[in-house]
Design a protein around this ligand. Structure first.
Ligand code: AMP
Length: 110
């Protein structure tokens, strides 16, 4: 599914786009701000990250921080989640970071 958003085949509300990374609003938001940060390169999950992906993974975190600033989440804080595998709650098999903000988060997460 996210490869089809990356290719432009499926529309999304895109908030950030560069040669390696795309960020768009989650279609089923779980917080007032719910943004997905996705590498253009297909990786099923964190488990497929390789040595050569270190720069990309670092840049994904930079994009998260940039989006948090742009969405006014710096003072109140936010949460970054990477669901992995069925018990981790992953439903889309393309690596993505969830950026969630705009409400108080609970701990432990459900
Ligand atoms: P996960 O369950 O961690 O794999 O996260 C997948 C997320 O993708 C869920 O929060 C979905 O709401 C979201 N999602 C699925 N399809 C789309 C889509 N076409 N556009 C935006 N978000 C989507």
């Amino acid at each position: 599914m996210f490869c089809r958003i990356v290719s432009g085949e499926v529309p999304a509300e895109i908030l950030h786009e560069d040669a390696e990374i795309l960020a768009f609003r989650d279609i089923n938001p779980q917080a007032p701000h719910h943004i997905l940060v996705v590498p253009r390169k297909h990786m099923d999950s964190l488990l497929q990250v390789e040595e050569g992906d270190m720069h990309l993974l670092g840049r994904m975190h930079q994009v998260v921080a940039q989006l948090a600033r742009q969405n006014g989440l710096v003072d109140e804080g936010f949460r970054v989640v990477v669901n992995t595998g069925p018990a981790g709650g992953q439903t889309v098999g393309h690596l993505h970071f969830h950026l969630l903000g705009g409400r108080d988060m609970r701990w432990p997460p459900g």
